[in-house]
Design a binder for this molecule. Structure first.
Ligand code: TRP
Length: 346
């Protein structure tokens, strides 16, 4: 039986993803990433971690970091990640990542790092702190992934370039030292991915703190209600069966993810039956309903996250358990890596 279990876990493909402990988890993260992590936990061997080393590239002040790390762990568990199924850990608990990062740095070229889109963005955003960690951010990310021998990395479009770089570093390593590192690929869910827009209809919901247009999983009932009631709408459709503007479509998307089917159907019907002079849909009613259902949806997640965050014993146990499994797997890779490079002298 034990043998069978080991065999069963060994056969699963390895998945890695990192979450930066900056900003609060919001609905966009939940429906874009979190829910997919939760779905993957049974079919893959999952390693999900808090990228606290990466956060130093942009947030050198660590006063808030500990709390932020705890919050990410707590929120992820509250959203449904089971620490007994996935390995949930903190990056800095796996020193093997740092050593692999060192080796990969020798295979990464200044030119390619400088032309990375995220690097160029950061140079514009923080011209006074263009540190080497920022330049080699994709190398550290590659180490995160390759150390676990992951083949799938569930990330958004903005991370595809980093994944391509990780494959390049792995290929260079394998070419030079022997075939050790499997090539990782970005894994997105195609049509299944639900995109949540900002409540003013301008772009995606964003992670930066305390915005009126973003609903955070930590928002209290009143904040949720206020934000939804302020969401952008208009006078209603000018003809029956109109195309919905982005910001209205977004309200329907939210309704679909938190409300009952007949509620969605009612508002869909009202929208499609509305026209100028005969506006049946009442956005005020829609928002009231959406707010109530959103509160019902978020409340248990928020409360569970808070309970975990206040339970330092439990947090410690989750992080230690996750790190233990991740380290065993990482050490196995590092042994092969050192062997391949010839880093053994006695
Ligand atoms: N760069 C990722 C982001 O900005 C976070 C991250 C760090 C990551 N290491 C990773 C994601 C490894 C996937 C795999 O969201």
């Amino acid at each position: 039986m034990v043998g069978f279990l080991i065999f069963a876990t060994m056969k699963k493909e390895i998945v890695v993803s990192g979450i930066r402990p900056t900003g609060f988890l919001h609905l966009g993260n939940y429906f874009g990433a979190m829910r997919n992590y939760v779905r993957m936990q049974d079919s893959y061997d999952c390693y999900f971690f808090v990228a606290n080393w990466h956060s130093l590239t942009t947030h050198p002040d660590t006063k808030q970091l500990q709390q932020a790390v705890h919050r990410v762990i707590a929120e992820n568990v509250a959203c449904g990640l089971d620490p007994n199924k996935v390995s949930l850990y903190v990056q800095s608990d796996i020193p093997e990542i740092a050593e692999l990062y060192l080796y990969l740095n020798m295979l990464a070229y200044k030119g390619e790092l400088e032309k990375t889109t995220t690097f160029k963005d950061k140079v514009r955003l923080q011209p006074d702190n263009i540190n080497a960690g920022l330049l080699t951010y994709p190398v550290l990310q590659a180490a995160d992934i390759l150390i676990q021998r992951a083949v799938k990395v569930p990330v958004g479009k903005d991370q595809e370039q980093h994944l391509e770089m990780a494959r390049n570093f792995a290929e260079r390593f394998n070419y030079r030292y022997g075939n050790v590192l499997p090539l990782p690929y970005a894994f997105n869910y195609g049509g299944e991915l639900i995109k949540i827009l900002s409540l003013d209809g301008n772009g995606k919901m964003s992670k930066s703190e305390n915005q009126m247009n973003t609903i955070y999983l930590a928002d209290d009932d009143e904040q949720i209600r206020k934000k939804i009631m302020k969401a952008k709408t208009d006078q209603g459709p000018a003809t029956t069966n109109s195309l919905k503007p982005d910001y209205i479509e977004n309200l329907f998307t939210l309704l679909k993810v938190v409300s009952a089917e007949d509620v969605v159907a009612k508002f869909e019907h009202d929208f499609n039956a509305s026209s100028e002079g005969n506006c049946i849909i009442r956005y005020g009613d829609l928002k009231k309903q959406l707010a109530a259902d959103m509160i019902t949806f978020i409340q248990p997640i928020r409360e569970q996250a808070a309970a975990i965050q206040n339970n330092s014993q439990l947090l410690k146990q989750i992080m230690q358990q996750g790190a233990e499994k991740a380290r065993i797997n990482a050490q196995a890779t590092l042994t092969q890596v050192r062997q391949a490079i010839g880093m053994h002298y006695y």
